[in-house]
Design a protein around this ligand. Structure first.
Ligand code: IVH
Length: 717
C-alpha cells in the first residue's frame, strides 16, 4: 500500500499522489473531529498522517499543495452558530514524540535566536484533551467566546461559555482588552455520570418504543458536544470545566514571562493547571514530563501530552510562528494508550480465504478514550507466546480465558492484546486449545508449513467463507452494487427462497423473485421502490471490466493491483481462461507466461491456477461468467509506439528513472514488462550491475540495450 512506502523511496509522481491522498484523509478526519465531534481515527493515526505529509513536503517542497494540511488548523465552523473572526489566529502546536524531538526543538529555537540552548528556560504543563476556547473581555466584562474553528474563524458560543462555572463573567484589574485562551474539558467522573444518565434514560425510551440516544465515546467528545449546543440550557446541564493557558489580543502585556503571565490569569480568577512548572533546562522539562506521565491516570481528566513553551515573552515574540505552529512551543505527546482488563472469551472468526482468526472478547475498558470490548489475538502462535518464527514473545507467557490482559491501541483501528499478568491468573485457567476443525462448517482446519495461519479447508462449502467471499464480491472496489452490502448478503445467504450462496445467484435474483409467490417487495423492510432499485443496481453491474471481476473473485494473494496487471496482460477473459487452465501443470509454457508477468509471483500464480483447477470453484466461476458481459482490458494507446507488443525486462540499476517509472512508461507504450528473461523476451534493458539476467539474455540471443538506448528508442513516442 502506498502509505507504507518510505518517504525516501517515493518518486515524484508517487509523492504528488500521496500528498493528494493525505490531504483527503486529513480533511475528512478534521471534519469528523471538529465539525461532527465524532472522530473516526485515533490521534496517533492522525499524527502519523500529518507527519508523513510534512515529511513528503520537506522532500518535495515544490509539490506542496495549495490546500496543504500543514497550513490548516482544525476545520471550518459548523453551520448553526454565528462566526467570529479571531483578532489573533488560534494556532496549533507542533508535536514531539521522543525526548530527542524536544531537545531538537530547543536547539532549533536557540539557533534561530543565536543563543545557547542552556539559556532558554521553558514552562511545562499538561496538554489537556478537550477543545480550545477563546474568551474576549473588554473593560473586565466577557463580551464573547469563540471556538477555534479553522484557526481564523470560530463559532460564537458565548451563551454557552457563560454557563461554565470556571469562566468568570467579570474580571477585576485586568487589561482593557484581554483574550484568554484555554481548554474546555470534562472530568472522568462527570463524563461517567453523563453517560450513565443517558443509559438510564434510554431504558425508558426503549420501553416507550422510542429511539435511544448514543452515549459519548470519550470525555473530549462529550465536552465538544456539550459546548456546541444551540440551546445553552443543555450546556448548562453539562458539567464543563476550563483551564486557561494562553492569550490572544491584549491591550497591555500581562508579564515578561509565560510563567508570570499564567500566574496573572490565575489572579484574575481563572483555573490554571497546578502541574504547570518553570524549568531552567530541557532535562528539567523532560523530567517534569515523566512526572506528569506517572500522575496521568489519577488526574481525573484526560491529557494527551505535555506542552513546553519558551518562558521569556520577548523571545517568544522574536521566534514567532511558522505557518500554523509557533516556534516557541511544542506538544510532547504520550505514547499509545494501554489499559488492563479481563479476557472473557476467545472466539474464532473465519475469513474469506478460510483463515481462522482468534478474537479476544474483553470486559469493556476505555483505551485512549475509546471503549474497547474486542481485540485481535492474531493467530495461535501469538496466543501461545511465540512469534511466527517460533521465538518467544511476552517472555513466552501464553494467554488464557480469564486472564488479566493488557490492551493496546496505537495507529491501528483494531486493538491488540499485548500482555498478560500471570500473578492475576485464575487457578482454574487452562491453556487455550486452538481448534483444528472449522467452527463454522466442521471441515479440517489445516496449517500449512510456513504459514502462521490455520485455514478451513471447506472452501465454498463453508458458510463463513462463502459469506465473507460474497461480502468481498459486492464491496466497493469489486462489484460495488448499490443496496447490496454486507448486511443484505447475510440476509440473502440464509433466505430459503432468494438464497444468494455464490456470486452467480446475485444475477439470477430478479428472475427467481419473479417466479416466487412472495415477492421481495412484499417482505419486511422492502417495498416496490427498494426492490426495483436493487434489481436495477444488479443489472447495472452485469457489464464489468475484466480486472474488477478477477479481483472480486477474492482469490487468495490476488489483490486489486495484481488483478489489473493480469487483465492487462491477457486482454480478454477467454484468453485468460484458456491460459490459466493450461497452466495447471505448474511448469509448461502457460505457467511460465503467467509467472513472467512482472508483479505476479509463484505464490500468487499457484493460488490463481489452483482455484481454477478446483472443480467446485471452477463451476461457481463459470456460472458467474455465464451471467456477465466482461469488458476486455483497455489496450494502451500504442499507435506509433516502437515497443508495442514487445516483452521487455529491466535489470541492473536505472539512473534516470525509478524501476516503477520505467515500467509504467513501457506499459503505457504497449510493452509487456516481465520480471525474468526467457525465450519470449524481446528486449533487455540493462543498467550497471546487471548480472544473471544479462547473461541469460546473451545466451538466448535477446537484444540488450542500456538505459540511454532505451530512452532513445522510446524518445518521442
Ligand atoms: S498552547 C499557540 N497549552 O492543544 C499555541 N495548548 O495541539 C497555543 N492544548 O489548540 C496553545 N492543552 O487546544 C496550549 N497547555 C496547553 C494546552 C493546549 C491543550 C490544546 C489546544 C491547542 C492544541 C494544539
Amino acid at each position: 500500500m502506498a502509505d507504507k512506502t518510505p518517504v525516501d523511496s517515493l518518486t515524484e509522481d508517487q509523492a504528488a499522489q500521496e500528498l493528494a491522498r493525505l490531504a483527503g484523509l486529513i480533511a475528512a478526519a478534521n471534519t469528523a473531529y471538529h465539525t461532527q465531534d465524532a472522530p473516526e481515527i485515533s490521534d496517533a493515526e492522525y499524527d502519523a498522517l500529518k507527519r508523513r505529509n510534512a515529511e513528503i513536503e520537506a522532500r518535495f517542497p515544490h509539490l506542496k499543495r495549495a490546500d496543504s494540511p500543514s497550513d490548516q488548523v482544525g476545520a471550518a465552523p459548523a453551520d448553526g452558530f454565528a462566526k467570529i473572526r479571531h483578532v489573533v489566529p488560534m494556532l496549533s502546536l507542533g508535536n514531539a514524540f521522543e525526548d530527542e524531538d524536544v531537545t531538537d526543538f530547543v536547539a532549533r529555537a536557540a539557533k534561530y535566536l543565536g543563543m545557547d540552548a542552556a539559556g532558554i528556560a521553558l514552562t511545562a504543563e499538561p496538554k489537556i484533551d478537550g477543545l480550545s476556547l477563546s474568551l474576549r473581555y473588554e473593560n473586565g466584562a466577557l463580551v464573547h467566546a469563540a471556538t477555534r474553528g479553522d484557526g481564523t474563524t470560530g463559532e460564537n458560543v458565548t451563551a454557552n461559555a457563560r454557563t461554565i462555572a470556571d469562566i468568570p463573567q467579570v474580571l477585576t484589574d485586568a487589561p482593557e482588552v484581554l483574550e484568554v485562551r484555554g481548554e474546555v474539558y470534562m472530568s472522568h467522573a462527570d463524563f461517567d455520570a453523563l453517560n450513565d444518565g443517558i443509559t438510564a434514560q434510554n431504558e425508558d425510551l426503549l420501553a416507550q418504543g422510542k429511539k435511544p440516544r448514543a452515549t459519548f465515546a470519550n470525555p473530549r467528545n462529550a465536552a465538544a458536544g456539550s459546548l456546541r449546543q444551540l440551546d445553552p440550557d443543555i450546556t448548562r446541564a453539562r458539567p464543563l470545566r476550563f483551564f486557561a493557558y494562553a492569550w490572544g489580543d491584549l491591550s497591555s502585556p500581562l508579564a515578561d514571562t509565560q510563567y508570570e503571565a499564567i500566574q496573572a490569569l490565575g489572579r484574575f480568577g481563572f483555573s490554571i493547571n497546578p502541574l504547570t512548572r518553570l524549568c531552567a533546562t530541557v532535562d528539567e522539562a523532560l523530567s517534569h514530563y515523566r512526572e506528569i506521565e506517572t500522575q496521568r491516570a489519577t488526574l481525573g481528566y484526560d491529557i494527551d501530552g505535555v506542552v513546553y513553551k519558551v518562558n521569556r515573552l520577548d523571545l517568544q515574540d522574536r521566534l514567532g510562528f511558522r505557518s500554523t505552529t509557533p516556534r516557541w512551543a511544542i506538544a510532547h505527546k504520550f505514547p499509545a494508550e494501554l489499559a488492563w482488563t479481563t479476557l472473557e472469551a476467545i472466539d474464532i472468526q473465519v475469513g474469506r480465504t478460510g483463515a481462522l482468526s482468534p478474537v479476544a472478547r474483553l470486559k469493556p475498558v476505555t483505551v485512549g478514550g475509546v471503549v474497547v470490548s474486542n481485540a485481535t489475538l492474531h493467530n495461535e502462535d501469538y496466543i501461545q507466546g511465540r512469534d511466527s518464527k517460533g521465538a518467544e514473545i511476552r517472555g513466552g507467557k501464553d494467554i488464557r480465558v480469564g486472564d488479566w490482559v493488557q490492551v493496546y491501541r496505537a495507529g491501528d483501528v483494531i486493538p491488540k492484546v499485548a500482555d498478560v499478568d500471570l500473578s492475576k491468573r485464575p487457578q482454574d485457567a487452562v491453556p487455550y486449545v486452538f481448534p483444528t476443525v472449522c467452527p463454522e462448517c466442521g471441515s479440517d482446519a489445516v496449517r500449512e508449513e510456513g504459514d502462521a495461519v490455520r485455514r478451513c479447508m471447506g472452501g465454498i462449502i463453508c458458510p463463513a467463507q462463502a459469506v465473507e467471499k460474497l461480502k468481498h464480491f459486492v464491496s466497493r472496489k469489486a462489484f460495488d452494487i448499490d443496496g447490496l452490502g454486507a448486511k443484505q448478503i447475510e440476509m440473502f445467504y440464509d433466505d430459503p427462497d432468494l438464497a444468494i450462496r455464490e456470486p452467480a445467484d446475485i444475477f439470477t435474483l430478479a428472475q427467481r423473485d419473479g417466479q416466487n409467490l412472495t415477492k421481495l417487495k412484499n417482505r419486511k423492510g422492502w417495498g416496490d421502490q427498494s426492490a426495483a432499485n436493487l434489481f436495477a443496481a444488479i443489472e447495472d453491474r452485469r457489464k464489468i471490466p475484466f480486472g474488477r471481476l478477477l479481483f472480486a473473485l477474492g482469490i487468495r494473494h490476488v489483490g486489486e493491483a495484481a488483478s489489473n496487471l493480469i487483465a492487462n496482460h491477457y486482454g480478454d477473459w477467454a484468453t485468460f481462461e484458456t491460459a490459466i487452465t493450461a497452466a495447471s501443470d505448474f511448469e509448461g509454457e502457460a505457467w511460465q507466461e503467467l509467472v513472467s508477468i512482472d508483479g505476479v509471483g509463484a505464490v500468487m500464480a499457484r493460488s490463481l491456477v489452483g482455484t481454477f483447477a478446483q472443480p467446485d470453484e471452477r463451476r461457481s466461476i463459470d456460472a458467474l461468467v455465464a451471467e456477465l458481459d466482461i469488458e476486455a482490458a483497455e489496450k494502451p494507446d500504442t499507435i506509433g509506439s516502437p515497443v508495442a507488443g514487445m516483452t521487455v525486462v529491466f535489470t541492473g540499476t536505472l539512473e534516470k528513472m525509478t524501476r516503477a517509472e520505467a515500467k509504467a512508461r513501457a506499459e503505457k507504450l504497449g510493452a509487456k514488462v516481465a520480471g525474468s528473461v526467457s525465450a519470449k523476451t524481446d528486449l533487455l534493458v540493462a543498467g550497471p550491475g546487471a548480472g544473471s539476467k544479462a547473461k541469460k539474455a546473451a545466451e538466448l540471443g535477446v537484444r540488450t540495450i542500456d538505459e540511454d538506448g532505451w530512452l532513445a528508442l522510446i524518445d518521442g513516442a
